[in-house]
Design a binder for this molecule. Structure first.
Ligand SMILES: [Zn+2]
Ligand SMILES: [Zn+2]
Length: 115
């Protein structure tokens, strides 16, 4: 019996798109087409959460160190999670969908933090 937390593909519970595993070692936890996720993880990849409801993409935030983060909100319990946007060569997150979630101020207000 192998119950390792493998990086496996899945079928999207919202739009039924077939989702392939990420190739860069990260866990794929949301659909690249509709960006919906499932509330299944306590720690990314562990699938230990019993909620298992759909999580709606509510916004995209820019984190100075981590890059673009997708914020999901659970439709059942209201929990919010941040997930890194998937930049996968085979099946990247849909750019048009991401742009609709990006607030205007982020694009205008360029960060002045030093690098
Ligand atoms: Zn989907
Ligand atoms: Zn939940």
């Amino acid at each position: 019996m192998s119950r390792s937390t493998e990086n496996t593909g899945f079928t999207c519970a919202y739009c039924a798109a077939p989702v392939t595993p990420l190739t860069n070692g990260s866990y794929r936890n949301h659909c690249p087409q509709c960006l919906y996720s499932l509330h299944v993880d306590l720690v990314p990849g562990d699938r230990a959460n019993s909620c298992r409801a759909l999580m709606r993409p509510v916004m995209v935030e820019h984190h100075p160190a981590k890059g673009y983060m997708l914020v999901h909100e659970c439709l059942t319990c209201g929990a919010r999670h941040r997930n890194r946007v998937a930049q996968d060569s085979r099946q990247p997150d849909d750019l048009d969908q991401l742009l609709t979630l990006l607030p205007e101020p982020i694009r205008k207000n360029r960060s002045t933090h030093g690098r």
